[in-house]
Design a protein around this ligand. Structure first.
Ligand code: AOF
Ligand code: ZN
Length: 379
């Protein structure tokens, strides 16, 4: 199962489908084939592994170890329960039950066909490896990560509103890597108007960090992007418009990651003021509402399973107040700003007894900065 989890990580962390890995073993324990899922519409891990056997007959009497319960439905591909039964597999070990209402039931189908089935193998490890996707399927809304960068005293901006580059290149590279693992980035209209953010997943070149090296002088930031914003359901947005803008040249050596998350803007003012996110490669989704539950529900219906909220203090506190945050990623820079520009807006907490309790998951130095990851404490 550890190997299956390892294999699963070869697939994309973003997207409508989960990362799944599968190992097929001979009765004597030899590995006969390995497989993993490469994204929606491609074969599931089990079918991928079966297709890599030297001979299809090798599966007879074999054991399949798969991170997720084999599916039982015809979706974009056929049911894996049937594929395993047809191949003659004698035993199936899996980590976590399929949370999908239509795809679940593979274990029972396998058992009914006489296959030995054991679930819950390294369940905790598998849960952690696909936590955002499982959260999304179980709650029927995308997994929500809220991110901010702040001074050591928790300020996100100086008194004049300037906020860019509080943290250093390592922290920024970490943000870009995390953007590349989610389906959408959510911002509020205030942030769009104030910061004119790019919100793409870029990989900073190591050269920028190397001591004594000058930043490359070539500009890669002159491409022009044209975007069409997509109308959301009638209750949330009616806007369809196009914009042309020049991409951010502040990071000349940045390389775009292969996957770009979809930008999502919440609030009225962007649309009304005509402000636009620039240099975004995907259709922009705009929601003229502050009903975050409705927004997340619509995003889920559109196949969005994970979002990264980079919306500034007002939007971040709205997500917190609504109890819609699964994870916080906070970057603290060793600077002091003082003043009122807090990283989080008002949460309506009058007394310390009402404080939101979190569990700190990790604390790590990224260059000169500190990255904290926290999750809501179990009730
Ligand atoms: C995957 N890859 O390896 C396994 C999955 O739309 P479909 O046909 O691709 O089905 C997606 C569902 O199948 C998914 O939500 C999950 O419940 C189940 N198992 N999915 O993408 C895999 N084993
Ligand atoms: Zn399947």
């Amino acid at each position: 199962m550890r190997r299956a989890i390892e294999l699963s990580a070869n697939g994309p962390a973003w997207g409508v489908n989960p990362q799944v890995g599968c190992v097929i073993l001979a009765p004597d324990g030899r590995v006969l084939a390995e497989g993993w899922h490469r994204g929606a519409g491609t074969p599931h891990a089990e079918v991928d592994a079966l297709s890599r056997l030297s001979s299809p007959t090798d599966a007879r009497g074999a054991t399949a170890v798969v991170t997720l319960e084999p599916c039982n439905h015809i979706g974009r591909t056929g049911p894996c329960s049937a594929a395993l039964i047809d191949a003659g597999v004698a035993a199936v070990y899996f980590g976590v039950s399929d949370p999908g209402p239509s795809s679940a039931g593979g274990a029972a189908t396998l058992e009914a066909a006489g296959v030995r089935v054991q679930g819950g193998v390294l369940a905790h490890e598998v849960e952690q490896s696909i936590r955002p996707w499982l959260t999304a399927l179980r709650t029927r809304r995308p997994h929500v990560t809220v991110k901010w960068a702040a001074s050591l005293d928790g300020r996100a901006a100086a008194a004049d509103g300037s906020s860019q580059w509080i943290t250093g290149p390592a922290a920024r590279a970490d943000v870009h890597a995390r953007r590349a693992r989610v389906d959408a980035i959510v911002v509020g209209t205030g942030t769009v108007l104030a910061d004119d953010p790019t919100l793409t997943a870029r990989r900073e070149t190591p050269l920028l960090d190397a001591p004594g090296s000058a930043a490359p002088s070539t500009s890669a930031g002159t491409s022009t992007s044209t975007s069409t914003s997509t109308s959301t359901s009638t209750s949330t947005s009616t806007s369809t418009s196009t914009s042309t803008s020049t991409s951010d040249s502040a990071t000349p050596a940045a390389t775009l990651h292969a996957h770009q998350p979809q930008p999502v803007v919440i609030g009225r003012r962007t649309i009304d003021a005509g402000a636009r996110l620039h240099a975004h490669p995907e259709p922009l989704l705009e929601y003229r509402t502050h009903d975050l539950t409705a927004v997340l529900g619509d995003l889920f219906e559109r196949g969005v399973r994970s979002v990264f909220v980079e919306g500034g203090p007002t939007l971040a506190s709205a997500f917190v107040a609504a109890g819609l945050v699964d994870e916080f990623v906070v970057y603290l820079a060793p600077v002091l700003l003082g003043g009122p520009m807090l990283a989080l807006g008002d949460l309506g907490i009058a007394s310390i007894t009402d404080a939101r309790q979190l569990t700190l998951v990790s604390a790590e130095l990224l260059g000169p900065d500190l990255r904290l990851v926290a999750r809501p404490a179990p009730a």
